[in-house]
Ligand binder design. Structure first.
Ligand code: ADP
Length: 510
């Protein structure tokens, strides 16, 4: 127990009680001191054990000292002034103050000071009760740090949002295409300069209105409405929607619409960005190209038919036993046939473009048609053997000439794009309610990227273009013919490993 100067004082008459009270004070984990205000500099005259534990000082370093030693060099705390004032006024005070242990470690001291007065009302002593609240203080400080960090994050996020809006607006303004930003109810939030220029309207005629109410209600189209209303819930964009309309101020135009959900952060998630492109000129040029194709192929066909007729006459009037002339005429015939085929292809393309490719329906023996087509091809190709496997046994109802054209196209391509090989394989089979035709070659093959495009009009694979003659329309025509029969056509291939072109046609045997 602490050697205490109060031990024999008049404060406690009963020695047993006195020592019990000291024991109780020593058992406390709270530091307790008593100072004597009547002595100069208000020195400590009592401390309990916990005070030693908290401060790290021993009795000889505590008793007789003013409490200020606990503040180390940290003298400019506001709390000190408050304590001084309270002591002077003889009042209770509770305060949190930074104190230092003997080892100079900071600890937060929650200090209660209460004055003891004598009968005359003079403050004779102060009792100081102290708790080390460093741990609590740390948590509190941590809370403050976290609160600041959250506030900072909120501020950053707000800034980001503001920037997203600016970001979105700056994109909208920069793009030369007409752009409209719509809210979820399809009200116009923003339009760019290009929009105003294209439609010759002002912002006030546009912003805040529903899209459908703009101009002379040019966008009030049920199908477009359905698609736009799905953009936000499904994230499905609207792509290539064409609107042909007589617009106010600018007249008859064809506009192409693309709409996407805007995927910016925060509240800008629910925006639709609508891009409007004037494709009137482009469509006019395309139409001129299509018209040219149609006229050119017709114009070429007529003289060629005449030339072919003259060739027949030459053959008829040709003197016999003139092998040189026979050879020349045969070569001319072949070239004329090639030209005829090319022109026929171009004519087909222009017919497809104008929706005039007529499909006639007649029942024919599918397998025989394939055999005849192969035979015909085989006459002109001795480099490859066309091997036929399987059968459909189908009496198919469709356009024999056109389907034979597809079969011929696919087999000719198989031969053409597998130079140096000696074989292509044709497979026929029946599937559930369908017949299937496939032709497999062992040539160049087609890479994934090009597989999607080879059925496009005029598309030819780059590496092949220069080495092989062709217009790049055979597969386009074939696909049109097969789809018009309700079938599908496709290619399986690995580049360098050959290709297999197949089609299926719906068919049920009667
Ligand atoms: P064309 O043969 O006149 O170029 P097609 O429409 O028949 O036109 O074919 C388009 C393109 O597809 C060809 O240019 C060629 O690049 C590619 N292709 C077609 N068939 C094959 C095949 N069997 N193997 C490899 N490439 C092929």
């Amino acid at each position: 127990m602490t050697d205490n100067p109060l031990k024999n004082s008049a404060y406690f008459d009963d020695p047993e009680m006195t020592s019990l009270i000291y024991a109780a004070l020593d058992a406390s984990s709270t530091g307790i001191i008593i100072t004597d205000n009547r002595l100069p500099d208000n020195p400590i005259i009592y401390h309990n054990k916990a005070f030693e534990t908290i401060t790290g000082y021993n009795t000889t370093e505590i008793i007789g000292h003013n409490c200020r030693f606990l503040q180390g060099r940290d003298r400019s705390q506001e709390a000190r002034e408050q304590i001084r004032q309270a002591l002077q006024d003889g009042e209770d005070i509770r305060i949190e103050i930074r104190n230092y242990t003997k080892k100079n470690d900071l600890f937060w001291n929650e200090l209660y000071i209460s004055p003891i007065t004598n009968a005359k009302g003079e403050v004779t002593h102060f009792i100081g009760v102290q708790n080390n609240i460093t741990a609590r203080k740390k948590v509190e400080e941590q809370l403050v740090v976290e609160k600041e960090s959250i506030e900072r994050k909120v501020a950053e996020r707000t800034e980001n949002l503001r920037m997203s809006e600016e970001y979105l607006n700056s994109i909208v303004e920069t793009i030369r295409e007409s752009l409209v930003v719509l809210d979820p109810n399809l009200n116009v939030l923003t339009v760019n300069e290009a929009f105003l220029r294209t439609f010759k309207v002002t912002r006030s005629e546009t912003i805040g209105l529903r899209l459908y109410d703009l101009g002379n209600r040019q966008w009030d189209i049920a199908k477009l409405k359905n698609l736009l209303e799905e953009v936000l819930p499904s994230s499905n964009p609207v792509l290539g929607f064409e609107v042909e309309h007589k617009f106010p101020h600018i007249g008859h135009k064809i506009m192409m619409l693309n709409a996407h959900r805007v995927e910016l952060q925060g509240k800008f998630k629910d925006r639709i960005l609508l891009a409007i492109e004037d494709v009137t000129d482009r469509r006019a040029i395309e139409k001129r190209k299509d018209d040219f194709l149609s006229i050119a192929s017709h114009e070429l066909k007529t003289p060629l038919t005449a030339v072919k007729g003259y060739m027949q006459l030459i053959k008829r009037f040709m003197p016999e036993n003139n092998p040189k002339l026979t050879d020349i005429i045969e070569k001319s015939d072949n070239q004329i046939e090639r030209l005829q085929k090319l022109i026929a292809e171009l004519l087909d393309v222009s017919k497809i473009q104008s929706g005039k490719l007529d499909i006639h329906h007649d029942t024919f023996d599918f397998d025989k048609m394939v055999r005849d087509t192969i035979e015909n091809i085989q006459l002109n190709s001795d480099s490859h053997k066309v091997v036929l496997r399987g059968e459909t046994n189908a009496q198919y109802d469709g356009d024999e000439t056109h389907i034979s054209q597809v079969v011929g196209n696919l087999i000719s391509n198989a031969i053409k794009y597998s130079p140096g090989k000696d074989r292509v394989e044709v497979y026929l089979s029946t599937l559930k309610n369908h017949i299937k035709f496939s032709v497999k070659d062992f040539g160049f093959g087609i890479n994934m990227e090009d597989q999607k495009k080879v059925f496009d009009r005029f598309y030819r694979v780059d590496s092949i273009q220069k080495k092989f003659a062709g217009l790049g329309v055979g597969l386009y025509i074939s696909e049109q013919i097969i789809t018009q029969h309700g079938g599908t056509i496709w290619v399986d291939s690995d580049a360098g490993e050959g290709a297999t072109f197949s089609f299926i046609l719906p068919h049920t045997e009667k």
